[in-house]
Design a protein around this ligand. Structure first.
Ligand code: ADP
Ligand code: ASP
Ligand code: MG
Length: 401
């Protein structure tokens, strides 16, 4: 079997842990598998590098950020290959470029365009374990790019797709996908299966156990992911196409996104085209606007509220100040979070949203914004109630049963 394994930051968070990974890889190799192993930077390393850069600049150049951030993964790839070689396992370490990962030029959030698998294939044919530095690729201009935070998951899925691997195993410190973050709700239950669509919603709504773009790509390429722990031999969770058994489930999980800020633009001139202008400019600056609320106009102006990731607040401020003549002012609230209920079964059931709102009410938690789709209900609330809301909703939908 050809297996792509990905080990995240905690799994390679120290030399002893890299050794643990080497042992696991060696075991799978000895069982007769061909292996490509994608690694993250040691946990905390990428954040440390971001901080280093911020010592010098509030707005460091993105190309240089990519050069900087991609280094963390190279360190672990090299160390893991060295550890494997020392165990008598033939291994070779590759950067994203050496592995043939070609991306667009969108620095710090690049999209993989294609993978030239020649080098990986020839190493595999030679019996080597290929260790690839995750999270990175190379642009057409030959510059290093990175794939967005959590992007090693994306590297693994893309490689599994390109090599038509038999399995794509993603290892972290949890042994699968739970009904909610087990660190917040210890009663959370592990799922045996989850559909791409539900996983995509959970990941996009804050469950960082898998990067959302990696799930999107897995769905597109039909790569079956197995989420497992590098610290145990538990069976894990399979992420794949929706199957009959799943349709019966009304709600499959609860997600919490702490990294949200609410923007309120006050007294916006109530004229056609103003919303288009504001949101077009925000999109141009690649600011991820999520929930949007506009109040009914009373005196010829309206209030416009929306959420953005906390890290994009500064840039959002700049964009909106360009509309000075059209608005009364703006407020920002970073003390908000978004809690979401996800489930494919919602498509065919009513009352799911009402239950969520009642659960918030019974705890006196004020809902500031709401948005829904076919398979999710999201609420923006005060950040201090985030974890309580997760546990309350987990209880309300009896997810521990
Ligand atoms: P890695 O560093 O290996 O990429 P992450 O830290 O990105 O791992 O993801 C694993 C973490 O995701 C877990 O420690 C857990 O706290 C968190 N998590 C959030 N939501 C969930 C969920 N629904 N199921 C499992 N883990 C979750
Ligand atoms: N090291 C990168 C990050 O922390 C990528 C990854 O771990 O997947 O975001
Ligand atoms: Mg991760």
């Amino acid at each position: 079997m050809l297996i792509v394994q990905k080990y995240g930051g905690t799994s390679v968070g120290g030399l002893d842990r890299i050794e643990n990974v080497a042992n696991r890889v060696a075991k799978s190799k000895r069982e007769g598998n061909s292996l490509v192993v994608v690694v993250s930077a040691m946990s905390g390393e990428t954040n440390k590098l971001v901080e280093y850069a911020s010592h010098f600049s509030k707005t460091p150049a993105k190309a240089e950020m990519d050069m900087l951030l991609s280094s963390g993964e190279r360190v672990t790839a090299a160390l893991l290959a060295i550890a494997l070689q020392e165990m008598g396992v033939d291994a070779v370490a590759m950067t994203g470029r050496q592995a043939g990962i070609k991306t667009d030029g969108n620095h710090t959030f690049a999209r993989i365009e294609s993978i030239d698998t020649t080098a990986m294939k020839s190493a595999l044919d030679g019996g080597k374990v290929v260790v690839v530095a995750g999270f990175q690729g190379i642009s057409q201009k030959g510059q290093v790019t990175t794939l967005g935070r959590g992007g090693s998951d994306l590297s693994a899925v893309a490689i599994a797709g390109a090599l038509k691997a038999n399995a794509c195993e993603i290892y972290s410190d949890v042994d699968g996908i739970y009904t909610t973050d087990p660190r917040i709700e210890p009663k959370a239950k592990k799922m045996n299966y989850i559909s791409y669509d539900e996983m995509l919603e959970l990941a996009s709504l804050g469950a960082k156990v898998l990067q959302n773009r990696s799930v999107e790509l897995a769905k597109k390429l039909n790569v079956r992911i197995v989420a497992k722990s590098s610290f145990s031999n538990a069976s894990g969770t399979i992420i794949e196409k929706e199957i009959k058994e799943m349709e019966a489930v009304l709600v499959s999980g609860i997600a919490l996104d702490r990294n949200q800020a609410r923007v309120t633009v006050r007294e916006v001139s109530d004229r056609p085209g103003i919303a288009a202008e504001i949101f077009t400019l925000l999109a141009k600056e690649q600011i991820n606007v999520d929930m949007i609320i506009q109040n009914a106009s009373t005196d010829g102006t309206t209030n416009l509220g929306f959420t953005v990731p906390e890290s994009e607040v500064e840039r959002a401020k700049e964009v909106i100040s360009a509309f000075d003549h059209d608005i009364g002012g703006m407020d920002f609230d970073e003390n908000v979070c978004k809690v979401s209920v996800v489930g494919v079964g919602m498509k065919s059931h009513s009352g799911v949203a009402a239950k969520a709102f009642s659960a918030m009410a019974s705890n006196n938690i004020n809902i500031e914004m709401i948005s829904t789709s076919e398979i999710k209900v999201s609420m923006v609330i005060n950040e201090k109630y985030g974890e309580l809301a997760v546990r309350t909703l987990h209880d309300a939908y009896e997810l521990d049963k």
